[in-house]
Design a protein around this ligand. Structure first.
Ligand code: S3P
Length: 737
């Protein structure tokens, strides 16, 4: 930890920083500069700072300089620091606007820019000045780092550690995005509060009206008690983004105005209900992810799909691959150096992995249009999480992360939603324990509690072909002494192996067929990853095109790793016309454009050897089977019973409601193709069941309502909009609250 810290500006934020750092470590040498001598004297008297002085004086010899002045003052202060700080000094700021710093930094020496880490604690109060400063101000609050392209990773790591030390959660994003978001979440509400507070004094002859204003007015205008000088500064510095936010708000406000002026009471009601739902979602999210994901309280989402939709011809792109997105964060986090990722899936599952790694101390910028910048912590750089890691609905996140955490020198706990809490974990708990891990599950299910410690390599033969188990053990193997070998009874997805190689890890998959082996203690080197579209998401639209009369659809830039293309093989066996165009390689993964044309389908027998290669596609393949001539039989697929739902029962129930004849077995299902009716189907909270039945509606005679669809956002955000664009007559609705 650095010892000499200079703080420029000892107001609310600078003063709170000084107090928090003093509390963190009494041996820190903290100096401050401020034009307010009173603040300096108080801080000296409190023992919060050890020294007061001019900027140049306190910056020379400081390891870290923290600039806590209003946004418009920051550029001049930074130029002055550039002249007097030592060549090793790391500089950060706390201004609530970031983009305006970029122009000011351009003329400063490159060495200075590489040591500057723009930052912004999302904490404050309408009080100001050192007198209001509190050591706890940042405890549990978010701090955004907005590193520049040229900011050195070591500088980022130092500032991250400092904020974490005083209890903050460190997020990261680009300066531009920061300013757009803050304009909406902070600058706009301040403008509105100031405007509203002013309005009251100017209307109804001013004086006395406040007697009639109760807590609604007080709550709404609380922000107007903020320091006008500071807020004028902030709004000026972020004028462009704030004007854009005001314009957007003006449009929303106009809807309310028009509804009132025109007496359109249904529209008014809709606007009010939508706003209340948004506010509830905000409350839930603020209460922590567990409140929003643990079911019950979260709004229930339905899909309504009407008959008569037809897939139009065209080209579309599906979101990034979920499996690869999880792995990109994990390996990027463990690597030395900075990894840049594009095509990242901004779905809830992968976002849970991202949040978990932030809690493990990794700086990750983004996602922003599918792009991430991951400042690798190195193999030994993860930090002990301060709370249980919440992984929502994601089995992949939980099982892979368990492998990594088993080899760390700290304890951790992994939790998930109702569905994930039912999923079997002994398949990883037992082999990890065999490696020496101290890990426990409750009756074989989450939460997982991991004490961390020393691991030794293992040779493990998996009873079922599971990429999650294989990946978990290979990741644990990175931290184990000796070699770890995982043997699979049949091929299953190999993204971990491919990506480990991309990060420079030596991995043996050739000596023994069906076995992957690596030595512990290897270093991962950062690399760039372009994530292709997810074939598991593409599969819904492939089946849609295969069953919609006259359709011809091309899905662009889809991953066609041979361990994932079972869906193409099975659909072709059924008679579908599927062609792969422009086969190429991207980030170590095979990629192609997939063209699907509608053809009559026939039933097929699918045996155990095909199951792992299409494991996630069976819900939608069963919809294809229900549209096919004759019977389709799937056997050797008992794993489908332990996915996000029991997919055999969930599909059987839904197909039954649509009037499709079927029979279930412990390890599979038989479906006879036929005519579909319609009805209300419960997806059981399983994203793939929900999407499969939405596709089924293409061949229905009546409408289908699918309940419990919120989890579609785990893997395919924007599914309904893309499906609509492709020709489905689908709408989505949150249950009225
Ligand atoms: C996955 C592996 C599969 C798959 C899951 C993603 C992965 O699970 O069903 O959706 O990313 O490794 P299993 O390993 O349990 O088969």
């Amino acid at each position: 930890m650095n010892k000499n810290i200079a703080i420029i500006g000892l107001g609310l934020i600078g003063g709170s920083l000084a107090k928090a750092l003093r509390k963190l470590d009494a041996s820190f040498s903290i100096a401050a500069a401020d034009s307010d001598d009173g603040a300096l004297e108080l801080a000296l008297a409190d023992g919060v700072i050890g020294r007061a002085g001019a900027l140049a004086e306190i910056c020379a010899g400081a390891n870290i300089v923290m600039v806590a002045v209003p946004p418009l003052a920051a550029p001049a202060v930074l130029s002055e620091i550039a002249r007097c700080a030592g060549p090793e000094t790391v500089i950060t700021d706390v201004a609530s606007v970031k983009s305006h710093l970029l122009a000011a930094l351009a003329p400063l020496p490159a060495g200075f820019r590489s040591r500057f880490v723009p930052g912004h604690p999302l904490a404050g109060s309408e009080q100001s000045g050192y007198g209001a400063a509190r050591a706890e101000l940042f405890q549990g609050r978010n701090v955004v780092l907005a590193p520049l392209e040229e900011t050195a990773p070591e500088a980022v790591a130092k500032i991250h550690a400092l904020w974490r030390g005083i209890g903050a959660n460190v997020l990261a994003m680009s300066p531009e995005r920061h300013d757009r978001i803050l304009a909406l979440t902070s600058h706009l509400p301040h403008v509105l509060a100031f405007a509203m507070a002013g309005l009251l004094s100017r209307r109804e002859n001013g004086a006395g009206v406040h007697h009639y204003a109760a807590s609604g007015f007080a709550d709404f205008t609380r922000l107007a008690a903020s320091d006008p000088a500071l807020w004028s500064d902030i709004l000026r510095a972020n004028a462009g983004a704030t004007v854009a936010a005001l314009d957007a708000f003006g449009e929303d406000l106009k809807q309310f105005r028009d509804a009132l002026a025109e007496g359109d009471w249904p529209a008014l009601g809709d606007s009010l209900r939508a706003a209340r739902r948004a506010r509830r979602a905000f409350d839930l999210a603020r209460g922590g992810p567990e409140t929003s994901d643990s079911g019950g309280a979260a709004p229930e989402r339905c899909f309504h799909v009407r008959p008569g939709g037809a897939i139009t011809s065209g080209r579309i792109r599906v979101p990034g691959d979920k499996s690869i997105s999880h792995r990109a964060i994990m390996l990027g986090a463990l690597a030395e150096g900075v990894s840049r990722v594009s095509g990242f899936l901004e779905g809830e599952d992968a976002l849970h992995t991202l949040a978990a790694f932030r809690e493990l101390g990794v700086t990750i910028v983004g996602p922003e249009n599918g792009r991430l910048t991951i400042y690798g912590a190195g193999a030994n750089g993860l930090r002990a999480p301060r709370r249980p890691l919440w992984l929502g609905n994601s089995g992949t996140a939980m099982r892979l992360l368990a492998g990594i955490l088993a080899g760390q020198g700290f304890a951790s706990e992994l939790r998930g939603d109702e569905s994930l809490s039912q999923r079997p974990m002994n398949r990883i708990v037992q082999p990890l324990a065999g490696m020496g891990a101290v890990i426990s599950a409750e009756d074989g299910r989450p939460p997982l509690r991991i004490s961390g410690g020393k691991l030794r390599g293992i040779d493990h033969a998996m009873p079922v072909a599971s990429a999650q188990v294989k990946s978990c053990l290979l990741l644990a193997g990175l931290f184990a002494e000796g070699h770890t070998t995982v043997r699979e009874p049949g091929p299953c997805r190999d993204h971990t192996e491919r990506m480990l190689r991309g990060f420079g890890v030596e991995l043996d998959t050739r000596s023994r067929p069906g076995a992957a082996s690596l030595a512990g203690g290897q270093t991962l080197s950062a690399c760039d990853i372009d994530i292709p579209g997810d074939i598991s998401s593409a599969a819904f639209l492939m089946v849609a095109a295969a069953i919609s009369p006259g359709a011809s659809l091309t899905l662009e830039h889809v991953g066609v790793n041979p361990t994932r293309t079972g869906v193409i093989d099975i659909l072709r066996q059924m008679g579908a016309d599927i062609r792969l165009h422009k086969p190429r390689e991207s980030g170590g993964e095979p990629v192609a454009d997939i063209e699907v044309r509608q053809r009559p389908l026939r039933g097929v027998d699918i045996g155990a050897e095909q199951v792992a290669l299409a494991i996630d596609e069976f819900p939608v393949l069963l919809v294809a089977a229900a549209c096919a001539e004759g019977e389709t039989r799937i056997r050797g697929a008992g794993e489908l019973r332990v996915k996000e739902s029991d997919r055999i029962e969930a599909m059987a129930e839904g197909l039954g409601i649509l009037g499709i004849e079927h029979e279930t077995f412990p390890d599979g299902i038989r479906v006879t193709g036929g005519e579909f009716g319609g009805g209300i189907i419960d997806s059981r909270g399983d994203h793939r069941i929900a999407m499969a039945f939405a596709i089924a509606a293409l061949r229905c005679r009546q409408a289908i309502t699918i309940r419990n669809c919120a989890n579609v956002a785990t893997s395919f955000p924007g599914f309904a909009a893309l499906a609509r664009q492709t020709g489905l007559d689908i709408s989505e609705e949150d249950a009225a609250t």
